[in-house]
Ligand binder design. Structure first.
Ligand code: ADP
Length: 575
């Protein structure tokens, strides 16, 4: 019920359009019933061979109601879809806004494929909530009331069977099928999500699957998910067919009852014979409003499941606290006794880290894999907030700035930087969409991409393929460097920027980085020795604590943890 209310609440200003759609929908049903009634009256009257002038009003009436019905039906669909699509696009924007604020820990927990399904398929499914769950009962209530008033005026005795018929088909039957239909709807939504996930997983991981010889198993999994979905759809169709048939039967029995009762009235002289067909067909026409009600519960189940999945993304309170929009006056960074863990009951990943990083300094954070280096970068970029201690940027707590402000001040180059399936120029421009041609060209040159791009026939307009698969590892890193050069941040975090590159590219990329980052605070996160000698300061992290700190030669001379790392790397290269 809470979910129902939240979904209604989401309608916001669109509820006026929805209300208008319900009114026009009622008009369409009324025009349909009126058209049948007048047509029956016209035929019955014509059979008595009256003067032609007596028929002109009903003839015009049939025309009027026919046009009215078509027009109203069109307008109803138009208004309802307009309202729903506006609503969904508003919802998508809100979803993206809350995803932007979502800590990456939650992102990872949900998974790309599931997230994609929620944003695309589940949001789409919510349209049924407004179109098939909310609107039909409103139209049916209006239609039942209208018909009751109409019959009350002309033949009060017929009101009783009609009310019973409407209640049976519109309330009792849907309630009977309710639980099973809602269950089926939920199963369909879950099976659909599972199927989508299996397909996306198979497509995005096909290389790994092929390399591991696991393609057949994954295909099997996708087929199984497809079968489950088909089975759920079949069962739902069976149930819907049964519910529709039952509803049709009840409404036809109602019409028959009305006919028999009206015939009785004609025989008793309480009703003129020409109205017999008109009243009966008016009831028949109004049943149009009841038919969609049986499906409403199925759609309710389906949209409820989708709503729960979508709303859980919206409700997620961001782990990163809100702040005002001030920009930092200076760019010195300082960490004081920072402690952080990913789960409240988990182990400390950073355990009392204190560091000062003056503006313009070059600091390396080194340590074994799992020491907490990337987590430290995540805290600086406000992907998460530290649990204890403080981080200061320009003398103010980092929490005082918005995440956007902090991220505008810090450039990040990681081991895997996402490239979009767009041109290389667009990929670079991502960092500053307003950049002029010559700014992009300068970034390309400084990142060492000019020569490579010069060889491609389409130059900067060359498409890089999905996730940049048309580029080599080194070229991808250079695109990331060009992005940072375009953005011109005061601080640059380099998180294992040369990991996975061959030694030659590693050297070349590192040299490009060090030349270009001069003057900015540079934080190089690495477990390798390349480039460390050029650093002003090296911080050695060990299980979330600062174990050693100093310049390259000082640390080597100390013969501690850093010396061990250096020696190990030398051994690996020698062997
Ligand atoms: P490093 O960058 O030094 O290799 P990380 O900062 O990536 O280390 O990870 C430090 C520790 O935190 C590791 O034990 C890792 O398993 C854990 N960790 C990293 N990311 C997450 C996450 N999203 N959720 C839970 N634990 C994580």
């Amino acid at each position: 019920m809470r979910c129902f209310r939240r979904l209604l609440g989401l309608a916001g200003p669109a509820w006026r359009l929805l209300a208008a759609a319900a009114m026009v929908g009622f008009l369409a049903v009324a025009a349909g019933a009126g058209m049948l009634a007048i047509a029956a009256y016209l035929i019955a009257t014509a059979a008595l061979s009256p003067p032609l002038s007596a028929l002109s009003v009903p003839i015009a009436g049939v025309r009027l109601f026919t046009l009215l019905r078509a027009g109203a039906r069109y307008l109803e669909r138009y208004l309802a879809h307009d309202a729903t699509l506006r609503l969904l696009s508003g919802l998508r924007v809100r979803l993206y806004a809350s995803l932007e604020q979502m800590p990456s820990v939650r992102f990872a927990a949900i998974g790309d494929a599931d997230l994609f399904t929620r944003i695309v398929a589940d949001v789409d499914r919510l349209q049924y909530f407004y179109l098939r769950v909310v609107l039909p009962p409103l139209i049916a209530i209006l239609a039942a009331t209208g018909l009751t008033v109409f019959l009350g005026l002309y033949a009060g005795r017929l009101v009783f069977p009609v009310v019973i018929g409407f209640l049976l088909a519109g309330v009792a039957l849907p309630l009977t099928f309710n639980r099973r239909q809602a269950g089926m709807g939920r199963k369909m939504a879950a099976a659909g999500a599972e199927f989508n996930t299996a397909i996306i997983d198979s497509l995005s991981g096909w290389r790994e699957l092929a390399a591991a010889g696991n393609t057949a198993r994954q295909i099997e999994r996708a087929i199984q998910a497809g079968d489950n979905l088909a089975q759920a759809q079949r069962r739902t169709a069976d149930l819907t067919g049964l519910a529709d048939a039952a509803s049709g039967l009840v409404m036809n029995i109602t019409t028959l009852t009305v006919f028999l009762a009206a015939a009785e009235m004609v025989r008793g002289g309480q009703l003129a014979g020409v109205y017999l067909g008109a009243l009966t067909l008016a009831v028949q026409g109004a049943t149009e409003a009841v038919q969609p009600l049986t499906a409403a519960f199925r759609y309710w189940g389906e949209s409820l499941a989708a709503a729960e999945r979508v709303l859980s993304l919206l409700t997620s309170t961001p782990a990163v606290a809100k702040a005002n929009g001030e920009t930092p006056a200076a760019y010195d960074l300082e960490l004081r006794d920072v402690r952080f863990r990913y789960r409240p009951d988990g182990p400390w990943v950073l355990d009392g880290v204190s560091l000062s990083l003056p503006a313009g300094s070059r600091v390396a954070v080194v340590g074994a894999s799992g020491a907490g280096k990337s987590t430290l970068a995540g805290l600086l970029l406000r992907f998460y907030d530290q649990e204890e201690g403080s981080i200061f940027l320009g003398g103010r707590k980092i929490g005082a700035y918005t995440a956007e402000t902090v991220r505008a001040a810090i450039g990040l180059i990681e081991q895997h930087n996402h490239l979009f399936n767009a041109s290389i120029a667009d990929n670079i421009r991502l960092a500053k969409p307003s950049a002029a041609e010559d700014e992009v060209a300068a970034a390309v040159r400084d990142a060492g991409l000019e020569e490579i791009i010069g060889k491609w026939p389409q130059g900067l307009s060359t498409f890089v393929g999905e996730n940049g698969h048309c580029l080599s590892g080194g070229e991808r890193q250079r695109v990331a460097i060009a992005r940072v050069l375009l953005k011109q941040p005061a601080i640059v975090v380099l998180d294992e920027p040369t990991e996975g590159l061959d030694p030659e590219s590693e050297q070349a990329v590192m040299a490009t980085l060090l030349t270009n980052m001069a003057g900015r605070t540079t934080i190089l996160i690495t477990h390798r020795m390349a480039g460390l000698a050029a650093m002003d300061d090296i911080v050695v992290l060990d299980q979330g604590r600062v174990a050693e700190r100093g310049k390259f030669n000082e640390l080597l001379a100390r013969r501690g943890l850093f010396f061990e790392m250096w020696r190990l790397e030398q051994d690996v290269f020698r062997s």
